[in-house]
Design a protein. Structure first.
Length: 91
C-alpha cells in the first residue's frame, strides 16, 4: 500500500500558512514569558498555537482517509485501522 502524500498545491500552501502561524504563536509565547506577561495571556496564545497544529494534524489524517483505498477487504480494514489508531492516539 502506498503512503498517502499531500499533492494538492493549494492544500500545501494552506498548511504551510497554518504552520507559519503556529510558529509565530510559539515565538510569541517565548517572548511573552521573557516579558513576564500574565499566565492567562500566555495560556491563550498557547491554546491558539495548539489549535493551529491540531488543524494541520486533522488535515493530514484527512489525507490518509482520502487516498485511494487499497484493494482487498483485508487491506482496506488494515488501512481503516491505521487511521483509527492515529486518531485514537493523537486526535
Amino acid at each position: 500500500m502506498q503512503n498517502p502524500a499531500l499533492h494538492d498545491p493549494a492544500a500545501k500552501k494552506a498548511i504551510g500558512a497554518r504552520l507559519a502561524r503556529a510558529e509565530g504563536q510559539v515565538r510569541a509565547v517565548r517572548r511573552m514569558i521573557v516579558e513576564d506577561q500574565s499566565c492567562e495571556a500566555i495560556a491563550l496564545q498557547l491554546a491558539a498555537a495548539r489549535k493551529a497544529l491540531d488543524r494541520v494534524f486533522y488535515e493530514m489524517v484527512s489525507c490518509m482517509i482520502r487516498m485511494e483505498p487499497p484493494s482487498g477487504v483485508a487491506a482496506r480494514r488494515e488501512h481503516a485501522s491505521k487511521v483509527a489508531e492515529m486518531l485514537a492516539r493523537f486526535g
